[in-house]
Design a protein around this ligand. Structure first.
Ligand SMILES: *Cc1c(COP(=O)(O)O)cnc(C)c1O
Length: 429
C-alpha cells in the first residue's frame, strides 16, 4: 500500500508502484500476459470464488493495470479504482452496477458531446433514461430526481470549457436523495480538482486525455470514494443483495467500502469485457508521473492566451473560467483552486467562414478531435463533430458556427499567441 500522506508530486510517481519483486526492475514492467499460473487447484478455486485476491486472466486483472488503478485511486483520494478501455467504457462501467431497466440518471446539460450522445440515445437500449438539467438550477436538479433515479452525473470542469460545477451543492442534493454523485474529472484531473473532497461518490476519467497527456492511447478509469452506503436503501441490489453468479455472495457485506471496486472487476470487467490492456496502462503510467508539471504549464499558458484573445478585436467572446470576466471565476477558487484547466472556446468575428480559415491557417495548433495533449489542439465543431446538428442544436451545445474549441498545450505561450495572431489575420482579412 502507498503512504497517502506524501504530496501530489511524490504520489504521481510512486503510488501503486514498487520495484519488480522478480527482477528488481525500477520501472513498472509491462506484464504482457493473458494468464497467470495457479499455485495449485485450491489456489485456483479460491481465486475464482473471490476468497483470495490475485491474478487469473487479463480481462479481469493485470499487474501493470493494477499499478495504474492504485495510482489514480490515490491521486483522487479514493479507496479503489478500475481501469478500462476508454472514457466512454468507464461511464458505462460506472453506471452498470447502479442501473436497471426503467431506472434513470440525472445529468448536467454541460457535458462532452460524446457523453450527450451516449446518454440520450445509446443507454436507452438498456432501458435506462437520462434527464438533462442545468446544474446551476439546484431546484431543477432536486425536482428531476425521482424514485427511479440511481445516479447524478456531471463534469467538474465541463468540456468544451468555461463551466465550473458547484460539486458540493450537487453532492448535497444527491446525498439527500440517497443516490451517488458521479463526476467526470477528465478535463480537471485530480491535480486541479479532487471531487471526492467535495462529496462525490465516484469519479470517472477518460485517461486518454491529460492523465496520459500526449495523445498515445485511449483508456478510462472509475475511482470509488468508498463513502457510499449501498445497503442503506433497496436501490442498489447488485451491490447489497446476493449475487447468483458468485454463489449468493453480497458485495457490500463481503467487501465493505471496496464493494464497488470489486464488483467493477468481478462482474463489470468479467462480463462486459471493456478491459484496459497493459501497453495502454504503461503509457498512462508514464503520463501520470509528470501530471502536475504539465497541468501547471497548461493552466499558465491557458491564462496567458485567454487574456490575449479576450482583448483582441477579432474575437467576440472567450469562455474561460480563469478569466476575471467569467461568471465562474469565483467558483473556480473553491472547486479548482489551482486553475480552471486549459480548454475553452472562442467566438470569432466573421462567423463560419472565418473559423474555417482560422483552423486552416494555424501552424502549431493541430486540427483534431482530441484534447488534453501536450500539443495545442483546435477544432471547429460546427463543421466537424456537430455537423449533423441543426443550427439551434449547435447553439445549445455551445458549438455555434462562429465557435472554435481550443485545448492549450505546453508549448511556449508566445509561440502559440504568434500562431493565433497570424491565423486570425488570415481569417479576418
Ligand atoms: C474524451 C472524453 C470522454 C470520452 O473518453 P474516451 O476515452 O474518448 O472514450 C468523456 N468525457 C470527457 C470530458 C472527455 O473529454
Amino acid at each position: 500500500m502507498t503512504d497517502t500522506s506524501y504530496g501530489f508530486d511524490t504520489l504521481q510517481i510512486h503510488a501503486g508502484a514498487r520495484p519488480d519483486p522478480a527482477t528488481g526492475a525500477r520501472q513498472t514492467p509491462i506484464y504482457q500476459t493473458t494468464a497467470y499460473v495457479f499455485r495449485d487447484a485450491d489456489h485456483a478455486a479460491a481465486l475464482f470464488n473471490l476468497q483470495e485476491v490475485g491474478f487469473i486472466y487479463s480481462r479481469l486483472t493485470n499487474p501493470t493495470v493494477a499499478v495504474l488503478q492504485e495510482r489514480i485511486a490515490t491521486l483522487e483520494g479514493g479507496v479503489g479504482a478500475v481501469c478500462c478501455s476508454s472514457g466512454h467504457a468507464a461511464q458505462i462501467m460506472a453506471l452498470f452496477p447502479l442501473m436497471g431497466p426503467g431506472k434513470n440518471i440525472v445529468a448536467s446539460t454541460r457535458l462532452y458531446g460524446g457523453t450527450v450522445t451516449q446518454f440520450s440515445h445509446t443507454i436507452k437500449r438498456f432501458g435506462w433514461e437520462c434527464k438533462f438539467v442545468d446544474f446551476d438550477d439546484l431546484d431543477a436538479v432536486k425536482d428531476a430526481i425521482d424514485d427511479n433515479t440511481r445516479a447524478v452525473f456531471g463534469e467538474a470542469i465541463a468540456n468544451p470549457g468555461g463551466y465550473i460545477m458547484d460539486v458540493r451543492a450537487i453532492a448535497d442534493i444527491a446525498d439527500a436523495a440517497q443516490v451517488p454523485l458521479i463526476i467526470d474529472n477528465t478535463t480537471a484531473t485530480p491535480f486541479l480538482c479532487r471531487p471526492i473532497e467535495h462529496g462525490a461518490t465516484l469519479v470517472v476519467h477518460s485517461t486518454t486525455k491529460y492523465l496520459t497527456g500526449n495523445g498515445t492511447v485511449t483508456g478510462g478509469c472509475i475511482v470509488d470514494s468508498g463513502n457510499f452506503d449501498w445497503s442503506a436503501t433497496d436501490k442498489f441490489p447488485s451491490l447489497s443483495q446476493p449475487e447468483p453468479a458468485y454463489h449468493g455472495l453480497k458485495f457490500h457485506e463481503t467487501f465493505g467500502n471496496l464493494a464497488f471496486t470489486f464488483h467493477g472487476i468481478a462482474i463489470g470487467l468479467r462480463d462486459l469485457g471493456m478491459t484496459m490492456n497493459p501497453q495502454a496502462a504503461h503509457y498512462t503510467l508514464m503520463g501520470t508521473e509528470t501530471l502536475s508539471l504539465r497541468m501547471e504549464r497548461h493552466v499558465e499558458n491557458a491564462v496567458k492566451i485567454a487574456n490575449w484573445l479576450e482583448q483582441d478585436d477579432r474575437i467576440e467572446k472567450v469562455t474561460y473560467a480563469g478569466l476575471e470576466s467569467s461568471p465562474y471565476y469565483e467558483r473556480t477558487k473553491t472547486v479548482c483552486p489551482k486553475g480552471a484547466g486549459a480548454l475553452f472556446t472562442i467566438s470569432v468575428k466573421g462567423g463560419y467562414e472565418a473559423c474555417v480559415k482560422l483552423v486552416n491557417g494555424l501552424e502549431i495548433f493541430s486540427h483534431v478531435a482530441n484534447l488534453g495533449d501536450t500539443r495545442s489542439l483546435v477544432i471547429h465543431s460546427a463543421s466537424t463533430t456537430h455537423r449533423q446538428l441543426s443550427p439551434e442544436q449547435q447553439e445549445a451545445a455551445g458549438a455555434g458556427p462562429n465557435v472554435v474549441r481550443i485545448s492549450i498545450g505546453t508549448e511556449n505561450a508566445d509561440d502559440l499567441i504568434a500562431d493565433l495572431d497570424q491565423a486570425l489575420a488570415q481569417a479576418t482579412a
